[in-house]
Every structure is written in structure tokens, then in C-alpha cells.
Design a protein around this ligand. Structure first.
Ligand code: BG6
Length: 483
């Protein structure tokens, strides 16, 4: 019996393969979600034998799994792993890869090509796959998964899309944003649309503003070389933060099917008001310029905050504040929805400050996965004192029998299953770049806000607080504050 599905990983000797992809595939095998007649082929330049590659992957998976690593299952899994040595720049090596695959596959076998290489190799890989006619769907399907970053601006993303479409049709393309693979991010849609209490208040009539924070405590670590050319807007905003924004702001899709869902996300991105450069903040943590691979005169921002508006009926004039940065006080990804104040309270009570609002809903994406709802309650045994109290849901309490899977597990499973709803479509990527380009260009202008520095381990530059303080608002993080 031949192989029915091949998963080909380009860039198989890299970090992503050992840290994320192989552990995820192993886990899918453990859960019996990867068909028994599928095979995994690593393709890279290093001269590994099949056995050497398997050993390296075993070490990586064992490390990722810890005590849960099962050697017996590993041996079963490893029997499906192969290594093909080849140069991504050399067209003939793709011919050799094709022959290797053909020898083992059935006539109607499927292939998933995973681009886990440095972005500079995307073009040659796509061109060589097309040159060997490895992308046409004659019997089985052919799909390609493309890692981020998808371009560095609109122009390069459009150019990459042209190369992609020279090899694959859009329905074969799966652009990864690993945030969409996170359970808590998928839950944004379920929380909003599988409950009736939210929809009536999820609009400008009841919501004062929305905050989206993706704070990281780690600094650039060993990734200075890449990061210094990218910066936080390209690294985090163009993809992860804007995806969180679309899921928070979009209209209810009529189904969760890829086209329908992505149409709604695109409508949000199309409705983004051109950003005013005074509504942006950029910062760099102290010491960043000394990191390996970073230019000593670098003005790359490691932090940014933006104020955005979605110009449509639901959200007119409701600010969406987005912020993300490295080397911040702690890791916290969170969507905060702050509701408006009630029109009046009992006459005799003092009016609470605007910055002390009655209702705040926090969707905690990570690490303290859950949802918090903050509301006012009368303090017992007081005459008329009020205090914030918190109603919380934690995955760890409510779903203690189910571990939250790694994002890559779900994404790989969906790509194999032909479900592109958790992947970004061409127009989404292009609209996201349009916004990021405009900020990057604005930052080149004379009236741009200066690059502020901030202390490692803080919550970022003061200017970010000022962006909200001017409107009597403050940044909030509720996740992780429950204990
Ligand atoms: C990646 C960025 O896309 O996301 C990294 O390139 C960042 O710089 C990472 O650290 C954050 O992902 P997560 O899942 O740890 O929040």
C-alpha cells in the first residue's frame, strides 16, 4: 500500500520544524488525527541521513513533550519520517524530491508543502515546485502553507502573491498566522456569536472603547538580525494584532466556512480609518541596540501603540487601542472591552471617575486563558460604597480534563483537512499591509512622534499612557490578576 498524503517541510533543519511542526505532528499522531498512511519529508541542505534526521527530531519532540513523551509511539511515528537533502535554490533538487515522493506515493496521493524556510527562499521554492509541475491537482490535492512574514510591505507582499499564484491557485494557499490557531482566539467567535447576551451590547451604543494588548516579557533574544529589519509593526501588528481586531469587530458571519468568515474580516480591514500619525506611539527598550545582530544606531521600534477607528455603523467613533512590545512587564495577550458608563446613578452617590468604569470585559488570550467580567457591587455593611468585583472563567477550571493544544496542531490539521478559515487570504494580508505601510511612512515624516525609550520590564513608554490619558482612559490588563 502506498502513501496517501505527504507533508513536505522545506527548511527542515530550522527552528520552526523542531520546535513547533514535528511536536505538533507527533501530537496529532498521538490523538490519532494524522492518517496512518501519511509521511513526513524534511527537505534541507544539511547532509543528514534519514536516521540522523529522525534522531534529531526525536530529541526535539522529547524535549517539547517532557514526561509525556512515549518512545513506543515515537518509533511508530518515526517510521513515517524521511529526509531528502537538497538546495532550495537548485531546481534539479526539486526533481529529485518529486521522484522520491512518487516512488512511495499512490497515484492520487495528496501533498502539503510547508514553507518553513527564511522568507528569501519562498520565491525559489514556489518557482521550482511549479517548474516540476508539483503543484497541479491531477489526482490528489496540492496545498502550500506559507509562514509569516508574508512580505515586508504592500509592494513585496503583492510581489510574493504573484509568485504564489504563479504556482498555486488561491484555494491551495494557506498563509499562517499562528494566533488564529490559538484556542482562545478561536473562542472570540464562539463567545460573541454562540451567546445571545453579547450581541445587543457589542456596538458603539454600549462600548466606550476596545484595547488589544499583546505584551511579551522576552526581549529579541537571539533574533536581533531578523527583528532589526522588521520591528514590532511588521512582526506583530500586520498579522496577530490586526487579526485579533478583525475577530473582535467583525459582523456575525453566516457560517464559519473560510470564504464567509474571511469576507467579514476583510470588511473590517476595509473600514479602517486612515490613521493619524499623532495617534501612534513607538518605543525601543533600553539595551536593545546592544543585542546581537542589532545595529548600534538602530531606530527599530520594539514597542508600538496605535489608536484605530473602524468606520462602519457598528463602531463609528469607538477607539480601538492596540499595543504590543518586547521586554515588557509580563507576557499578557488580552482584549479589553470597556463599556460606557450608565447615564446616571442614584442621586446621592458620588459620580465615579471616568477612568474607573463600571463594566470591563477581558478576553484573556494568554497566558491566563479565560474571560473576566468586571462590574460594580455594593460593599456589604457600607452605607453606599461601591467596589469593582470580578466574575471569571478560566479554561484550567472549566476544562481541566482538556489541555489547550498548541496552535500549530490545529493549523496543520486544518490545512490537511482543506479548511482555510484559520488562515489569512490574499486580500486580508494586503489590507493589513496598507495600514502598516501608512504608519511606517508616517514615521519617516518630520511631524512623526519621536522614538521613545522604555525601561526593560516596564509597560512601555510614557507616551503610550499619554495616548489614552488625554481621553481620560488607561491601559488595562486583567489576565493573571485573579490570584
Ligand atoms: C511571532 C513573532 O510571530 O510571534 C515573535 O515573530 C513573537 O516575535 C511571537 O515572540 C509571539 O507568539 P506567542 O504565541 O508566543 O504569543
Amino acid at each position: 500500500m502506498g502513501v496517501s498524503t505527504s507533508i513536505v517541510i522545506f527548511g527542515a533543519s530550522g527552528d520552526l520544524t523542531s520546535r513547533k511542526l514535528l511536536p505538533a505532528l507527533y501530537h496529532l499522531t498521538l490523538k490519532k488525527r494524522l492518517s496512518a498512511d501519511s509521511q513526513i519529508i524534511g527537505f534541507a541542505r544539511r547532509p543528514y541521513s534519514h536516521e540522523e534526521f529522525r534522531r534529531l527530531m526525536r530529541e526535539a519532540v522529547a524535549k517539547a513533550q517532557g514526561a509525556a513523551f512515549d518512545l513506543g509511539l515515537w518509533d511508530e511515528f518515526a517510521a513515517r519520517i524521511w529526509y531528502v537533502q537538497g538546495d532550495l535554490d537548485t531546481e534539479e533538487d526539486f526533481g529529485a524530491l518529486d521522484s522520491f515522493l512518487n516512488e512511495r506515493e499512490t497515484d492520487d496521493a495528496n501533498r502539503l508543502y510547508y514553507l518553513a524556510t527564511a522568507p528569501s527562499y519562498y520565491d525559489p521554492v514556489l518557482l521550482h515546485l511549479a517548474a516540476h509541475d508539483m503543484t497541479t491537482e491531477q489526482g490528489g490535492w496540492r496545498r502550500v502553507v506559507i509562514e509569516k512574514p508574508f512580505g515586508v510591505d504592500s509592494l513585496s507582499a503583492a510581489a510574493l502573491n504573484r509568485v504564489v499564484h504563479g504556482a498555486f491557485q488561491e484555494h491551495q494557499v494557506y498563509r499562517i498566522d499562528h494566533y488564529l490557531g490559538k484556542e482562545t482566539v478561536q473562542n472570540i467567535c464562539y463567545f460573541r456569536f454562540a451567546n445571545t447576551i453579547l450581541e445587543p451590547v457589542w456596538n458603539r451604543n454600549y462600548i466606550d472603547h476596545v484595547q488589544i494588548t499583546v505584551a511579551e516579557s522576552v526581549d529579541v533574544e537571539h533574533r536581533g538580525g531578523y527583528y532589526d529589519t522588521a520591528g514590532v509593526l511588521r512582526d506583530m501588528f500586520q498579522n496577530h494584532l490586526l487579526q485579533l481586531l478583525t475577530l473582535t469587530a467583525m459582523e456575525p458571519p453566516s457560517s464559519m466556512e473560510a470564504t464567509t468568515l474571511r469576507n467579514e474580516k476583510v470588511k473590517v480591514l476595509s473600514a479602517l480609518r486612515p490613521i493619524a500619525i499623532r495617534d501612534t506611539v513607538r518605543g525601543q527598550y533600553q539595551g536593545y541596540r546592544e543585542a546581537p545582530g542589532v545595529s548600534p544606531a538602530s531606530d527599530t521600534p520594539t514597542y508600538a501603540a496605535l489608536k484605530l477607528y473602524v468606520d462602519n455603523w457598528r463602531w463609528q467613533d469607538v477607539p480601538f487601542y492596540l499595543r504590543s512590545g518586547k521586554a515588557l512587564a509580563r507576557k499578557a495577550s488580552e482584549i479589553v472591552v470597556q463599556f460606557r458608563r450608565p447615564p446616571r446613578l442614584f442621586e446621592e452617590l458620588p459620580r465615579a471617575r471616568r477612568s474607573d468604569p463600571p463594566n470591563i470585559l477581558s478576553l484573556c488570550i494568554q497566558p491566563d486563558e479565560g474571560i473576566h467580567l468586571q462590574f460594580q457591587a455594593k460593599v456589604p455593611d457600607s452605607l453606599s460604597e461601591m467596589r469593582h468585583v470580578d466574575m471569571t472563567f478560566h479554561y484550567a477550571d472549566s476544562f481541566d480534563d482538556r489541555a489547550i493544544p498548541e496552535a500549530y496542531e490545529r493549523l496543520l490539521m486544518d490545512a490537511l483537512g482543506g479548511d482555510a478559515s484559520l488562515f489569512t487570504r490574499e486580500d486580508e494580508v494586503m489590507l493589513s499591509w496598507r495600514l502598516i505601510d501608512s504608519v511606517l511612512q508616517g514615521w519617516q515624516m518630520a511631524d512623526a512622534p519621536p522614538l521613545a525609550t522604555y525601561v526593560k520590564g516596564s509597560w512601555g513608554p510614557d507616551a503610550a499612557d499619554a495616548l489614552l490619558a488625554g481621553e481620560d482612559r488607561v491601559w488595562r490588563v486583567a489576565c493573571g490578576d485573579h490570584d
